[in-house]
Design a protein around this ligand. Structure first.
Ligand SMILES: O=P(O)(O)OC[C@H](O)CO
Length: 467
């Protein structure tokens, strides 16, 4: 018989379940409010689920449903990000976006989209002719009929932001419990959360479990209020040579289900084409299919002709934690001191800080007495090269491990001893970019495996991971 996992001596004010971008933002906000927080994650690192793969856009909310909570939270989250970003040292590139109509039928829809954007409080919008839009981005195909310019859309680094949120939470005393899958939660005036890593007690609970949001609600004993329906998105990452041709986010006319296939630059100097929107049952496997990827490449070249034949650096697929409804599935159960932030689709990256503000407001309604709010500690994540001990005279002092992305040995070592160190190789890649460049680890994986031996809960499986 499997031995009972240990119970933790400590009891927490709030347990947050799920270390995606929303969970990390919630931990930060609650810790800033003075709560003693534990973040429970079934994977070996943050961003192990939906949050590891997305298009990295900080949205304005121009096409969000008017009057919706999602819109309010996107705006609140975006505003906080714009305020914090520069101080945090977070990447923030104001590219603006063009919502492009490629035929007359699509062009007829632009007026209504622009009106919705203005109704949503996004004022920096302009309806442009095809020629005027192309003047702002000459690489666009001359088939462009018309476009809406949304000047305030940004691209960001989708991995450093949540890492920074959690790092701040940890600096404020939050505890990060990895490899801890929730088995069952019981409430008797206090929550007792049985996990695969032990039992955690907390006075309140927040479910930010993303693709497992409905399952976690059920394990907490709540009757089903929503159902996660994973929606896969496949992406192609083009070589950095493509970047010069795509200075802006290029969106199609959206549908009810999806914003559609986007062509956009990344904060790392590549170009993304994707995502698809494919419903599937599986919550874990996100496969890429050659025919679909070829289709994305063809679509990209139709939009920006210079992308034809551009080398592909990587391909990947992610899963959106969509649900049976378009709206976020947010539930507050004061009698059980529980909040569920579910069905947070692809706008989660933009709305995460807003969702965290909202969660705090709901929790304040529980009347828990939290200790005094703390001042934010120094937020800026240290430059990794600066944090590792220097030995100027060592012959390997300047060793570059990943030549494609110019990642040094000291950066890898610093990530491994950082306040929220990677738990697996994907996490190391997301923190340092080692293995993310043109060779995709062909030249550096062996060295990385050697350097990380015994230091990652899930060691490097060469050739087995794409993020
Ligand atoms: O297809 P959507 O609507 O889920 O949006 C995907 C976009 O890449 C969001 O940034």
């Amino acid at each position: 018989m499997r031995p009972e996992p240990p119970a933790f001596d400590e009891s927490f004010d709030i347990a947050v379940i799920g270390a995606g971008v929303v969970g990390c933002a919630v931990v930060r906000r609650l810790a800033l409010a003075g709560a003693k927080v534990v973040l429970i994650e079934k994977g070996s690192d943050i961003l192990s689920g939906a949050s590891k793969a997305n298009s990295a856009i900080l949205h304005t909310g121009f096409d969000a449903p008017p009057g919706s909570l999602e819109l309010d939270l996107i705006k609140a989250g975006r505003e906080e990000y714009l305020t914090l970003g520069p101080g945090l040292g977070l990447d923030l590139v104001k590219t603006g976006a063009l919502v492009c109509a490629w035929n007359d039928l699509e062009a007829e829809k632009l007026d209504a989209i622009a009106a919705q954007g203005r109704e949503n409080g996004v004022s920096n919008l302009a309806l442009l002719s095809g020629a005027t839009a192309r003047a702002t981005m000459p690489g666009l195909s001359d088939r462009l009929v018309a476009a809406i310019e949304v000047a305030d859309e940004h691209i960001i680094d989708p991995w450093t932001a949540p890492l920074t949120y959690l790092t701040q939470g940890v600096a404020l005393g939050a505890h990060f419990l990895r490899n801890a899958e929730l088995i069952e939660g019981r409430f008797d005036g206090e929550w007792h959360l049985a996990t695969t890593a032990g039992t955690v007690s907390a006075r309140a609970v927040v479910n930010t479990a993303g693709l497992y949001g409905d399952i976690v609600d059920a394990r907490l004993g709540f009757s089903p209020e929503f159902e996660i329906r994973p929606r896969k998105g496949q992406f192609v990452v083009l070589d950095k040579a493509a970047y010069a041709h795509v200075p802006r986010i290029v969106l199609p006319v959206p549908t009810e289900i999806t914003k559609g296939v986007v062509v956009c630059p990344t904060a790392f100097g590549n170009v993304l084409i994707g995502p698809t929107a494919e419903e599937q049952e599986d919550r874990v496997r996100a496969t890429v299919e050659t025919a679909t990827l070829e289709g994305l490449l063809a679509r990209g070249a139709q939009i920006v002709p210079a992308l034809a034949g551009m080398p592909v650096t990587a391909v990947y697929a992610g899963l959106r934690p969509a649900s049976e409804a378009k709206a976020y599935r947010i539930f507050c159960r004061p009698e059980k001191r529980a909040v569920t932030l579910g069905g947070i689709r692809s706008t989660g990256l933009s709305a995460a800080l807003g969702l965290a503000q909202h969660a705090l407001k709901l929790i304040e309604g529980f009347g828990l007495s939290l200790s005094q709010a703390s001042d934010a500690p120094e937020l800026r994540l240290p430059n990794l090269t600066e944090t590792c001990p220097r030995d100027w005279q060592a012959p390997d002092h300047g060793e570059i491990v990943c030549h494609c992305e110019m990642v040094t040995r000291r950066e890898i070592e610093a990530a491994l001893i950082s306040p929220v160190p990677p738990g697996d190789f994907g996490g190391l890649r997301r923190r340092t970019r080692a293995g993310m460049g043109r060779c995709q680890g062909f030249y550096c994986n062996a060295r990385l495996a050697e350097m990380t031996r015994g230091k990652l809960r899930e060691p490097l499986a060469i050739g087995n991971e794409r993020s």
